[in-house]
Design a protein around this ligand. Sequence first.
Ligand SMILES: Nc1ncnc2c1ncn2[C@@H]1O[C@H](COP(=O)(O)OP(=O)(O)OP(=O)(O)O)[C@@H](O)[C@H]1O
Length: 364
Amino acid sequence: MASIKIENVQKAFGKVVAVDHLNLEINDGEFFTFLGPSGCGKTTTLRMIAGFYYPTKGVVRFGEKDMTRVPPEKRNTGMVFQNYALFPHMTVFENVAFGLKVRKMASSEVKTRVHDVLRKVRLEQYADRQVSQLSGGQQQRVALARALVIEPEILLLDEPLSNLDAKLRDEMRAEILRLQKEYKITTIYVTHDQAEALSMSDRIAVFNFGVCHQVGTPSQIYNEPANDFVASFIGEINLLPVKVEQVDDALVTVSAGENQFVVHNTPFHFNREYENRELSLSVRPESVKIHDEKVDRHNVFKGKVETVQFFGTIINLAVRVNDLLLEVNVLNHVSANLTPGANVWVELPADQIRLIPMLSGDVS
Ligand SMILES: Nc1ncnc2c1ncn2[C@@H]1O[C@H](COP(=O)(O)OP(=O)(O)OP(=O)(O)O)[C@@H](O)[C@H]1O
């Protein structure tokens, strides 16, 4: 096993800067995810860790060891790709054994190791099957077995589930996590699927346009986004451009058009220098409360329900409050009269609102 350090790394392809100013530390045994939209530099970063690309600038270390220009075959990393990249006319056994045979391992040991790993990925009974005769999920298990059989220090997974249907994806998520914990292997997982990232990772790095915007645990990324790109990329959110009106120790008052909001001044610690600044007010749809009657708290507004979407567990509402349209998710068991046209009271709890920097132009 190994920790990974990425120090001030840049990768340019001609004039295209795919990754810039990247600094990351991935801990030994950690499940770490690179998350971001298509083309943001996730795969390029993974490939620099695998050694398929060398950085234009900066250093990649495993532990303290400088690996920046070490070729892939000398890195002891196992990689799994979206398209499996298996040899279709070889059997499962032959596919998994391939890497060991290249390393000139004795055939008795190859046999033991391959059967061990096939048992771990629950494919032992398929050892003699050609991989072209397997389902997508089974093929991805073969790809995992092939990566794990060489006992790598680091496992690199590049969108491994995106070719699978939703049910298989769920099963394989659990399978990958089980194997990762069993092998206690440092794992980097690349995905553009925020639900996958939130549910699987110890920590997540959120990328956009070659830049890492935030590193944190799933709950930090979701609850305390560093800026409006991270906030809008992860989950649903109401984002309103606001101007800071007044700051005191306990509360911050901001305005958006004709609406004023009051926000707890923790964890922000804003001081009076923030007055007149423009920020984004963010509040998750599940944090907004709906009341039948006016309640005597901050940020309670009269609103009108415009649309109602029923999702089973939750009901999603679009509620008009003056010139704002707020998205609200309520649990299905509420008894309020939630039909289009209904008059409601909407509360944005002062401790559930976040004030975050705006990155103009970057928000998808
Ligand atoms: N070999 C290459 N030559 C030129 N440009 C490249 C090369 N590889 C990647 N790029 C560019 O670098 C940027 C980052 O690409 P990268 O593949 O790392 O993104 P990604 O986040 O993995 O996207 P996806 O989810 O679509 O795979 C993109 O603008 C891409 O077009």
